[in-house]
Design a protein. Structure first.
Length: 98
């Protein structure tokens, strides 16, 4: 189950990234985190931008609604996503949440 925390404006969510993949995709759940694969290399914020783009597209929200709070230089990241609920995460990403 994904570790998704509801806030007043959206959710806090944890992700694990796999940069340098063959295609951008959502892999599934990994230790309570959403595991994402992105084609971008982990340099100069390219992979972070790809993560935000992939999530925004999958959740059908604008990229500005997603902020990386911690882990910008790590594979493990903490995100704040505005305008969605834990149920939205579960249904739109097709990954179970708590």
């Amino acid at each position: 189950m994904l570790d998704v925390v509801a806030t007043k404006s959206g959710v806090i969510m944890y992700v694990r990234t796999q940069p340098g993949s063959s295609k951008n995709r959502i892999i599934g759940e990994y230790g309570g985190r959403l595991k994402l694969a992105v084609t971008a290399a982990p340099e100069k914020g390219k992979a972070n931008k790809a993560v935000v783009e992939l999530l925004a597209q999958s959740l059908r929200i604008c990229e500005s609604s997603i902020q990386i709070v911690s882990g910008e230089s790590s594979r493990n990241k903490k995100l704040i996503i505005e305008g969605v609920s834990p149920g939205d995460i579960s249904s739109l990403l097709n990954v179970p949440s708590q």
